[in-house]
Ligand binder design. Structure first.
Ligand SMILES: Cc1cc2nc3c(=O)[nH]c(=O)nc-3n(C[C@H](O)[C@H](O)[C@H](O)COP(=O)(O)OP(=O)(O)OC[C@H]3O[C@@H](n4cnc5c(N)ncnc54)[C@H](O)[C@@H]3O)c2cc1C
Length: 543
């Protein structure tokens, strides 16, 4: 594509590729569509189709750009010196939150009707949104994860209609006056994030379930949420508290925002440091049983990290395919150059594998399948989130120098990629969690391995055997090898899913390059059947 309306006087601008927009994110994603049909979510296709079109418009990409360029600003005091602890956002932030909330995605997975396919429909919506703007997924995911916890609470269950509401309400008012609510989560303190037991924030009983919290949180995202679920120590140990922004008596709760984090990516979203100055909190669940409550929520948010990273892979791939189909070098389009085709095809394999996996995990949550939910989800959180970091690095290089200039979607994806690997349990913590879950319920994974072996080709059966031997072997070797085990486990799961559900051209190339003869550590370092290239790239993003 070229443009001749350049204002310079020395040259005409040619061979620069226009931004990708005006496309449907769902209609151009056969793997996603087929997965939704397969997993009983065909009923969601019309709505998701419309959402995919809306997200693909230039105006929505522009909102994402604005929300990330004009980052949130903290106002600790008003003009007269009164403490307000308010974060101001560019209007694009609220428009993006309204878009997401308007789709009913915050509570889709926990909808009352419990339609079959609801988790897959949710995952697809989250994945579509995450391709265009990821920061807004932070409040979305924390609010979603809080729903089952609050629904069990006799008092807080009254908030369910506001949690399920499809109206975004950005007003800073007591909960009773609002149409809808956002909920955050606060566990991480300076002395330890992964190790929540090291929390020093104290909660002192005031009578009944009411407590007074004193201490801090080192990471406290979405501080403008209507409430946070916060961990703090009581006599009984780490407990979980519902800490609203406004106290029940209508005064502002004493949660002081110290400052906002200046983050690599995820810049539209505000992440803060806070202090609780005898803040009001309501005990949630049993005293001393805060960790299981947090772990329950983390189960959901970890799935969302996988979906969010699959979204990053998908968008980086689509952008790379669009760019290379229009940019020319040495007399041919980049997408026609054999070595670039190897890179693109390898990325297409990675992306489809992530998409089918995140959908299958979501189905596992819906069906309560322990192997997928409890073991494959943390393993995938480790592997897919890590892959996004390398993938986006490769994708910006596909754009050459343009990819390194901070003026749009590619750099945003690159900056965003690492966060899913860090929050909600970093890579090592996830791998150790897989080992812990396997030790507790080995039969959940062994049954999955049996299922995968049942119709698998010899190379996959052999890989399942090796994994089983390693997992049930010398326990002393498990911890140092936990990353290797998780990597192999996820690759095997992806290979089985692709073999069962994707065209042979995708499954063959994935299995050959990831399991039969693992290729190099960079994208494009693989041997591909030349006849596979065109169908692989066409499927990835129909031209
Ligand atoms: C943008 C952003 C927003 C966030 N928002 C929130 C929020 O809203 N609420 C909240 O509570 N937290 C939030 N966090 C914090 C996040 O969850 C933590 O940073 C994360 O859990 C890791 O904790 P930590 O930073 O204390 O690292 P540490 O616990 O110090 O871990 C450091 C490294 O050591 C590794 N490690 C830890 N234990 C082991 C072990 N036993 N063996 C091997 N390796 C190990 C970890 O994998 C990690 O790589 C946010 C973080 C970011 C980046």
């Amino acid at each position: 594509m070229s443009s001749s309306n350049d204002e310079g006087r020395t040259h005409e601008v040619t061979n620069q590729v226009d931004e990708l927009s005006g496309y449907s994110l769902l209609a151009t994603d056969p793997a996603l569509q087929q997965g939704l049909e397969r997993q009983g979510a065909a009923w969601a296709l019309p709505q998701l189709q419309a959402y995919g079109e809306q997200l693909g418009r230039a105006e929505t990409y522009a909102l994402a750009e604005q929300a990330n360029r004009h980052t949130p600003e903290l106002r600790t005091h008003d003009a007269r010196g009164r403490r307000i602890d308010r974060v101001d956002f560019h209007p694009a932030w609220d428009q993006l939150l309204a878009l997401y909330r308007g789709q009913g995605l915050v509570s889709r997975s926990f909808e009352e009707a419990e339609r079959a396919g609801r988790w897959s429909a949710f995952a697809a919506g989250f994945y579509l949104h995450g391709q265009v703007e990821a920061g807004t997924l932070c409040p979305a995911t924390m609010t979603q994860a809080a729903i089952p916890v609050l629904a069990r609470d006799p008092q807080l269950a009254a908030l369910l209609p506001q949690l399920r509401s499809t109206l975004h309400d950005p007003r800073d008012l007591p909960m009773a006056q609002k149409h809808s609510l956002w909920i955050g989560m606060g566990m991480t303190e300076k002395q330890g994030g992964s190790d929540v037991r090291a929390n020093t924030t104290r909660a002192t009983p005031l009578g009944g379930r009411e407590y007074s919290l004193r201490g801090h949180k080192w990471f406290f995202s979405v501080p403008m949420s209507d409430a946070h679920l916060v961990t703090a120590q009581t006599e009984a140990g780490v407990s979980c508290f519902f800490v609203p922004r406004w106290r029940p008596d209508g005064t502002k709760n004493t949660v002081q925002i110290q400052r906002l984090k200046d983050k690599i990516g995820n810049r539209s979203n505000s992440s803060s440091e806070v202090e609780f100055l005898d803040a009001h909190g309501l005990l949630v669940g049993e005293e001393g049983r805060g960790i299981p409550t947090i772990i329950e929520m983390a189960g959901y948010t970890r799935l969302n990290c996988v979906i969010g990273s699959a979204a990053i892979l998908r968008q980086a791939l689509v952008q790379a395919l669009h760019y290379t189909r229009h940019r020319r070098a040495f007399g041919r389009r980049l997408a026609e150059q054999p070595l670039m085709q190897s890179v693109l095809a390898d990325m297409a394999l990675e992306s489809e594998a992530a998409t089918v996996l995140m959908l299958r995990l979501a189905q596992g949550f819906e069906n309560g399948e322990r192997g997928w939910q409890r073991i494959l989800t943390p393993a995938a959180k480790f592997w897919v989130c890590k892959r996004a970091i390398e993938f986006t690095g490769e994708a910006i290089e596909v754009f050459g120098g343009n990819g390194y200039v901070d003026n749009g979607v590619m750099v945003r994806l690159y900056r965003e990629a690492p966060v899913n690997s860090i929050w909600e349990g970093s890579g090592n913590v996830m791998c150790l969690d897989v080992l812990r879950a396997f030790a507790r319920e080995p039969e959940a994974l062994l049954a999955l391995l049996d299922d995968w072996r049942s119709d698998a080709e010899p190379v996959l059966r052999a890989e399942a055997d090796v994994l089983q031997t390693l997992l049930t072997g010398d326990p002393a070797l498990l911890e140092p090898q936990a990353r290797l085990l998780c990597q192999r486990l996820v690759l095997l799961a992806q290979a089985v899913l692709l073999r069962r559900h994707s065209p042979a051209v995708v499954a063959d190339a994935f299995i050959a390059s990831r399991i039969a003869a693992p290729s190099g550590r960079v994208y494009g370092a693989l041997q591909l059947d030349p006849a596979a290239i065109a169908p692989l790239l066409q499927r990835a993003f129909p031209g």
